[in-house]
Ligand binder design. Structure first.
Ligand code: ATP
Length: 373
């Protein structure tokens, strides 16, 4: 990592890999495999064994770390030509705080977690691997970090286990907050910085989902202000147009209960406007000042609300700008066929994650492209 030169001198046990060194994981496997008896063995994947790496992931996020230990300590990472884990960014030791698999972002570190629980861990461009567990970065929304502490929390929404068909049609994702304990505060800072380098949003204090009073009691003074070491993404600023009548009146509950927490964790700055009548969304889209929502408009509802927003944008005088504005859709209507057709997602949580991670939007330029394609 380029910035390792700026980091405190006493970080010795962490190995930081330069981003440019895209060494194949095949050669890395042997290093990890020989590290310790108790450490996980990483084997080149036999063809057709992708399923088993997913199983490791499911164990990793099941909230029962011991469960995975009873199975084989294998992580299939792909053969020579596969790129399942990408390149290595950082490796060292991490302990998982065993109380942290809930959705409660309580800031205290469990006394049960000690350095003795620490396992070999590494962050790659695609996943965090610790012990026999793995979490894909595609499923990570953000990392919360409190200055001067040894722990940091990874907020993730992994896909739940299920049959292939149900996963495809309706993938279930549940939030998992995984709190890790590093050996020192400086190492925790370096792990967090590694996540930031991989485009994961980092929430430094205040934590978006915890009261400031509770957080104040956990702040520890640090000589290493995080902003010196963490390159945080600038949070997007967007307008949300929500039809509270969509989905037989359930859209507000879906948005505030399932979707808004994802955007909050990802640092999005949202202005939410609920429509009051038919035609309101069109009026909003036709008159909104784009400087208040430079990163786009998110429609929450069914096909009708998207239709209104598109028509509102098309009625503007500044059409060139209007057709390039990114449009996200959170399906919360009764049918949602448009979002499924255009963006390939059907459930609100996956749609929100697609906006945060990919980011997955469309704009009206795609329609203008069609004749020339
Ligand atoms: N506050 C409101 N009260 C009544 N109607 C509204 C309001 N806001 C929007 N509408 C109208 O409701 C219509 C249907 O909305 P929408 O398509 O979002 O939901 P839905 O019918 O549940 O979903 P789907 O189209 O997927 O079946 C829209 O065409 C819009 O004009």
């Amino acid at each position: 990592m380029q910035k390792s030169g700026n980091l405190p001198q006493n970080i010795s046990s962490l190995r930081v890999m330069p981003q440019q060194s895209l060494r194949r994981l095949g050669s890395r496997c042997s290093q990890i495999a020989t590290a310790q008896h108790s450490s996980p063995t990483v084997f080149p994947e036999k063809r057709g064994k992708v399923k088993s790496s997913r199983r490791s992931e499911a164990n990793a996020t099941s909230g029962e770390p011991g469960k995975a230990d009873t199975q084989d300590h294998r992580i299939d990472i792909g053969d020579e030509n596969s790129d399942l884990l990408g390149y290595e960014v950082l490796c060292g030791k991490l302990a998982l705080d065993k109380r942290t698999t809930s959705t409660s972002p309580d800031l205290q570190t469990s006394p049960q977690s000690t350095n003795q629980d620490a396992a070999d861990a590494k962050l790659t461009s695609k996943a965090l691997v610790w012990g026999s567990h793995m979490l894909y970065l595609d499923d990570v929304i953000s990392v919360s970090y409190n200055v001067g502490l040894r722990h940091f929390t990874v907020h993730s929404y992994p896909i739940q286990k299920g049959s292939c068909l149900s996963c495809f049609m309706n993938p279930r994702r549940n939030r998992k907050d995984l709190r890790f304990l590093a050996s020192t505060p400086e190492e925790a800072l370096q792990w967090v910085s590694g996540f930031a380098d991989q485009q994961c949003y980092v929430n430094c204090l205040p934590h978006p989902l915890v009261s400031s009073k509770k957080q104040a009691s956990n702040i520890v003074a640090s000589d290493f202000p995080p902003e010196q070491f963490i390159k945080c993404k600038t949070p997007p600023k967007m307008l949300v147009i929500l039809n509270p009548r969509s989905g037989r009146g359930r859209s507000s509950k879906v948005f505030h209960g399932k979707v808004e927490p994802i955007f909050k964790l990802a640092g999005f700055k949202l202005e939410v406007v609920k429509t009051t009548s038919a035609g309101h969304a069109k009026k909003l889209a036709s008159s909104v000042d784009f400087s208040t929502c430079p990163d786009g408009i998110i429609c929450v509802g069914g096909d009708g609300i998207v239709n209104e927003v598109l028509n509102g944008l098309l009625s503007r005088n500044d059409q060139k700008e209007a057709i390039s504005i990114p449009i996200g859709i959170i399906p919360a209507g009764s049918d949602n066929s448009l979002v499924w057709t255009v963006l390939g997602v059907r459930d609100p949580v996956s749609a929100a994650i697609a906006i945060v991670k990919v980011p997955k939007f469309f704009n009206m330029e795609i329609f203008y492209c069609i004749p020339s394609c």
